[in-house]
Write a protein that binds this ligand. Structure first.
Ligand code: MLZ
Length: 281
């Protein structure tokens, strides 16, 4: 069982303040996830946000979806909340006078896009309209203060949400510092970012919360269940903590469903298919 993290003891011991829920765009009572694996929807291409593409749900954790753009590779998956305005039901783009576009890095010749699109949507499982929730309003303004605790998406490992602290607050932005990771994953974001959540959000949604890392200042960690993976990082002298970013082997999310799509290829059996495909199978 992966070890998830419970804030209670840590907050009590450290006397740290949580950023109040009003600071966040994400509500403390998050929407249900009514999507299913392999459902298709329309999504803005994160690498080219003026294009609307077809995306497939390739994973789900709590109210988050792991999406892959159809026609693109599996190296550019991205995550969206079920109440993100970046995702829409199939048909939305055309209804509004737009045209579905191939994703950046479309694997095929651009001229094959219309046929690809037709085939992709034929017999596909289409995400139901009611699964899309409306995006919450922005908070009043940037009310974050330095030192406040929050939960934040690790943008380098975006399936993870981890305990973090507001390191700086400036104009409309905050500097998110991950507890116990010595700055390796920190980033600036807008106060209304979709990647930051009030303390308790993971617990409320059933999303895995990665325990803080084992280095740096904010490392007084109490794990919910003891596990063989927890080991102290004392130096031989018994004092200083290890300086290296310690991988947490317990970081596999329990509720995540991820699978690779299967691909059906039809070949004319009279074709020469090269060394990797048998035209007779
Ligand atoms: N095992 C990985 C994940 C670290 C996640 C940190 N999150 C703030 C690593 O050590 O790179």
């Amino acid at each position: 069982i992966p070890v998830t993290y419970d804030w209670d003891v840590y907050l009590k011991e450290s006397g740290a303040t949580c950023a109040p829920p009003e600071c966040f765009k994400q509500t403390s009572n998050p929407p249900p996830n009514e999507f299913g694996l392999w459902m298709k929807l329309e999504a803005l291409d994160p690498r080219n946000v003026t294009s609307t593409c077809i995306a497939t749900v390739v994973g789900l954790i709590g109210p988050r979806l792991r999406l892959r753009l159809d026609g693109s590779d599996n190296k550019n998956d991205f995550w969206r909340l079920v109440d993100s305005s970046d995702i829409r039901p199939i048909g939305h783009c055309e209804k509004n006078g737009g045209m579905l576009q191939p994703p950046l890095g479309f694997r095929m010749n651009a001229s094959s896009w219309p046929m690809f699109l037709l085939r992709t949507l034929n017999n596909a499982s289409i995400a139901p309209t009611q699964a899309f929730k409306s995006e919450p309003p922005d908070p009043r303004g940037n009310e974050f203060k330095v030192g406040m605790k929050l939960e934040a998406v690790d943008r380098k490992n975006p399936h993870l949400i981890c305990p973090a602290t507001v390191g700086q607050a400036k104009d409309n932005t905050i500097f998110v510092q991950f507890d116990g990771w010595r700055g390796a994953f920190d980033y600036w974001c807008e106060y209304n970012s979709r990647d930051i959540f009030p303390v308790g959000w993971c617990k409320a949604t059933g999303h895995y919360l990665q325990p803080p890392g084992k280095t740096g200042a904010s490392t007084k960690v109490r794990r919910v269940s003891s596990s063989s993976t927890s080991s102290s990082q004392m130096s031989p002298g018994g004092g200083a903590l290890s300086t290296k970013v310690e991988p947490d082997t317990s970081c596999l999310p329990s509720a995540e469903l991820v699978a690779e799509p299967s691909v059906l290829v039809h070949l004319n059996s009279s074709c020469v298919s090269g060394p990797y495909l048998s035209p007779h199978k």
